[in-house]
Design a binder for this molecule. Structure first.
Ligand SMILES: Cc1cc2nc3c(=O)[nH]c(=O)nc-3n(C[C@H](O)[C@H](O)[C@H](O)COP(=O)(O)O)c2cc1C
Length: 383
């Protein structure tokens, strides 16, 4: 009998993986659908369920519409408040496996806390997901920041920069396990392994895409050295020039190290036929019916208080947090949303991962109205 790693598979290049099956200049993804309430810290009854049947329906709708990827959140413990915000969450690699089995084109990421899972188990899980998806699995490496979550695992959160040192070794092991190399030893500062053997290899002769969303210089440096993509949170109020210069800088640093890197951001879409309707719905969900107790719990975990940041800045951060945990708000009619997305491409970004209050209810309108506009602007192929 032939072993699974010698089964004939079509070759997939690393470049094809980065393109996620389409030549679109602006790549689109959906962020956060594996968690109850998704990214909107709101009490409105139509908020996202995060149920498996809704996730499958959403993935199939996105697949059909030519959306390139789905990116889950690695979250283990809800934030309380009136809704227990993100209290029900699917583990992301098994979630990805299920969605990959039920879709044809979509890249599905797993978001994995490096310190919480031994690298060899992780490497093999990712290979399994990658074979299920025939080369469509992607990895979002996160190092963790939430102490309460780590306590649930009996794990200790290392100091900030050491988290990234650990993650770099963890990723080195995974890349070695994925490589054609046969048996190997690994002698790192944190990880020591003997006689490692891992088969099969990822699907199609290349490896899954790897991304990270570090914001600090250490986090960004980690992504630049080790990852195919960096997700940067571009907040409201950052100018076009600042965004463009950030993207240029990240790409230049990667090139200095002999690498190429894509830069993505995250956004929160409220798109309605008129600007007025969009703004009204935004205010209804994210201001009048925000789950403020959950917002304050999240901010307290990050040591953000009126005392530490001053009342004015605290109010600004608080409002921003209720809306998609801080993603770029894209609120308006289809022309305005398409125009803002075009600006992101002009600033050099590769793509954007978006969320909605209710993904399934709102994606059809976005696909019907915004996607054709993006195609007319030359940013995406017609679907
Ligand atoms: C797009 C995006 C996705 C992220 N996903 C997660 C996640 O799922 N789980 C998590 O614990 N942290 C997540 N983070 C937090 C980052 O991994 C990182 O800890 C944070 O941006 C702070 O950056 P720093 O570690 O460089 O200080 C995400 C951040 C962004 C911008």
């Amino acid at each position: 009998m032939r072993s699974p790693d010698v089964t004939v598979q079509p070759e997939i290049s690393q470049r094809e993986r980065a393109a996620m099956g389409a030549a679109n200049r602006l790549k689109l993804g959906l962020f956060g659908a594996n968690c109850s309430s998704g990214r909107a810290v709101t009490m409105v009854p139509e908020r996202w369920s995060g149920s498996w049947s809704d996730c499958v329906a959403l993935a199939q709708m996105a697949d059909e519409a030519g959306i390139e990827f789905m990116l889950p959140i690695g979250r283990w413990k809800g934030y309380g408040g009136d809704t227990d915000y993100q209290g029900a969450t699917f583990e992301t690699v098994t979630w990805a496996c299920g969605l990959l089995a039920k879709t044809r084109r979509l890249t599905v990421f797993g978001t994995v806390h490096a310190p919480l899972i031994p690298p060899l188990i992780a490497a093999k899980e990712f290979v399994t997901a990658d074979h299920i998806g025939e080369g469509r699995f992607g990895l979002n490496v996160v190092c963790g920041w939430n102490e309460g979550e780590f306590e649930m695992f009996g794990a200790t959160l290392r100091d900030h920069d050491t988290r990234y040192d650990y993650a770099e070794e963890w990723l080195d092991v995974i890349k070695l396990a994925w490589s054609p190399r046969e048996d190997f030893d690994f002698d790192g500062q944190f990880i020591k392994l003997r006689g490692v053997r891992a088969k099969p290899k990822p699907y199609g002769g290349s490896r899954p895409l790897i991304m990270n969303a570090g914001a600090s210089p250490t986090g960004q440096g980690f992504a630049i050295r080790n990852c195919d993509a960096l997700f940067s949170n571009i907040s409201n109020g950052i100018s076009f020039e600042e965004t463009a210069s950030h993207v240029k800088n990240v790409r230049a640093l990667a090139r200095q190290g002999g690498r190429e890197i894509d830069v993505y951001t995250v956004g929160v879409v409220t798109c309605r036929p008129t600007a007025r309707e969009a703004e009204d719905y935004y205010r209804h969900c994210i201001v009048n019916n925000a789950d403020w107790r959950a917002v304050d719990n999240i901010l307290a975990m990050k040591n953000i208080t009126a005392h530490s940041h001053g009342p004015e800045e605290f109010r600004r951060i608080r409002n921003h947090q209720a809306n998609g945990m801080g993603g770029l708000p894209l609120v308006g009619d289809p022309d305005a949303v398409a125009r803002e997305m075009a600006q992101l491409t002009a600033a050099g970004l590769t793509g954007i991962a978006v969320s909605f209050v209710n993904y399934l209810d709102e994606l059809p309108y976005f696909c019907a109205e915004v996607l054709p506009r993006l195609a007319r602007l030359g940013l995406r192929e017609k679907t």
